[in-house]
Design a protein around this ligand. Structure first.
Ligand SMILES: Cc1cc2nc3c(=O)[nH]c(=O)nc-3n(C[C@H](O)[C@H](O)[C@H](O)COP(=O)(O)OP(=O)(O)OC[C@H]3O[C@@H](n4cnc5c(N)ncnc54)[C@H](O)[C@@H]3O)c2cc1C
Length: 103
């Protein structure tokens, strides 16, 4: 399970760096920040979900920090636009621009 946690963090770092690079170039970065929001919020969610699964029943109690993280992290997939809405707007931009631009 730890390898997939690393994978999620690495993907998140790369997508954040890429978005920052696009913004540094003076571009709006709407597409990139949408992708970053979905990738990072879902990656961190998987980390907390796995952490709770590893701990079993203990993970649900207040004896560890995981239950609190679970509660705090879950809204990331909702606020600033739910993942579904970001996916919809990413798809719309891809379809509008044609596959060449976002390939
Ligand atoms: C902790 C927290 C902090 C927040 N902070 C702020 C803030 O600082 N500023 C601010 O402006 N707002 C803030 N919000 C509001 C947040 O941005 C909205 O909750 C979010 O945009 C979702 O809107 P909604 O709650 O009305 O859900 P709805 O729009 O009713 O969506 C409910 C669900 O329906 C589905 N859905 C909705 N639209 C689509 C679609 N087009 N395609 C497919 N599925 C869809 C999704 O699964 C979604 O989760 C915050 C919310 C939370 C929970």
């Amino acid at each position: 399970m730890r390898w997939s946690v690393r994978l999620g963090f690495h993907q998140s770092r790369l997508v954040i760096w890429h978005t920052a690079w696009v913004l540094d170039r003076g571009e709006r970065g709407t597409h990139e920040s949408s992708m970053a929001k979905v990738i990072c919020s879902e990656a961190i969610w998987r980390v907390v979900d796995r952490s709770m699964q590893i701990l079993g029943g203990l993970g649900i109690t207040d004896d560890t920090i995981v239950a609190r993280l679970f509660r705090d992290i879950r809204p990331f997939r909702i606020y600033d636009g739910p993942s579904e809405v970001h996916r919809w707007s990413i798809a719309r931009r891809v379809l509008r621009a044609g596959t060449a631009t976002f390939a």
